[in-house]
Design a protein around this ligand. Sequence first.
Ligand code: PLP
Ligand code: TYF
Length: 394
Amino acid sequence: MFETLTQAPGDKILALMGEYAADQRSAKIDLGVGVYKDEKGVTPVMTSVRKAEERILSNEKTKTYLGIAGNKGYGNAVLDLVLADSVDRARVRIAQAPGGTGSLWVLMQLINRARPGANVHVSDPTWANHNPIAINSGLKVVTYPYFDPETRGVKFEQMLDALDQLSADDVVLLHGCCHNPTGANLTDAQWDQVAESLARTGALPFIDLAYLGFGDGIEADAYGTRKILSSVPEALIAFSGSKNFGLYRERVGAAILVARNAEQADVTNSQLLNIIRGAYSQPPDHGAEIIRTILEDAALRAEWEAELSAMRNRMISLRKKLADAIRERSNSSDFDFVADHRGMFSLLGLSTDAVEHLKAANGVYMTGDSRINVAGIPEDRVGDLAEAFLAATR
Ligand code: PLP
Ligand code: TYF
């Protein structure tokens, strides 16, 4: 049987993690995989999460099956967090799913049931996993203009022109905030225009919300999602709790669907639950129960929000420090975009050779497209990094 198979391509980002671990140099710097790291370079268990786990451990009465849609309290808490009052809940359904990735998967399967082989329009560039998830679900991937390598901002006029050409048969995948890999994001006024375009063309918005709270705060980061939901009849959202709750390995996320009315929401939801049943039956509970416990308890929630703010402010401060260090050394504003970007990433726009050189000569690791994870910048080595980046671009 297996002799028919050939080697499948690996995940480049996860392979880079292995390469970094094998590097013996003590001065190496990991700006690769997108996990948050604190000033000691570790990805900590948040204190609010630890406290919630202690409560769960002492109060848990059963480990019987949860049901296909997962933890109900979690679902309601995530809807409050993400949607607020942007849309009538009678039109909304939510299913807990394994991570943002599992949520993207079940929603892509749902799209393919509604419109087999539909075009999913993704930003150029986008997270490397969007493409395989769409293809494996039977969908086609098309790109819309997004990142401008000259300004390192968003090519907004071209993006909007492309969106304006779409029809009700199209799906538009949008990063709700903290764009991966570029770090370049839409302004509120630009979100308004995107929402208006989607309402006009009828194209289906599909929002990947993997970094809520990592950009400018929970409310600010939810602006685009809520604006779109208040403007269009139908939408999909893939929510992830991996980053903002630091629950990466617990695999907690949610697939959210918004339909035209309650009847269509029920029918569409029956298909979503049918997809889940035929894939993994039901999601694991632990991560969802942690998030439910935190969001439903005022004190734990306040503690989580403070921890999330500290992570976000640390990333913003590292962005400023790196941009300042480069400006001081180069007398140019060429890298100021790093301070303007938001979320965990910035796409530097370096050549493949420069990325390889930084790794070989300086032990600085980033993904091949020159994306850096700003949370990996060591506070005491910002100067070294600034010099290495300038040398690599000369
Ligand atoms: N979407 C984007 C844009 C991401 O960067 C990630 C990163 O991990 C995910 C989705 C999915 O995350 P997870 O499946 O770990 O929740
Ligand atoms: O882009 C990143 O680095 C994160 C982490 O298959 C990640 O989103 C990377 C690859 C992958 C899963 C998660």
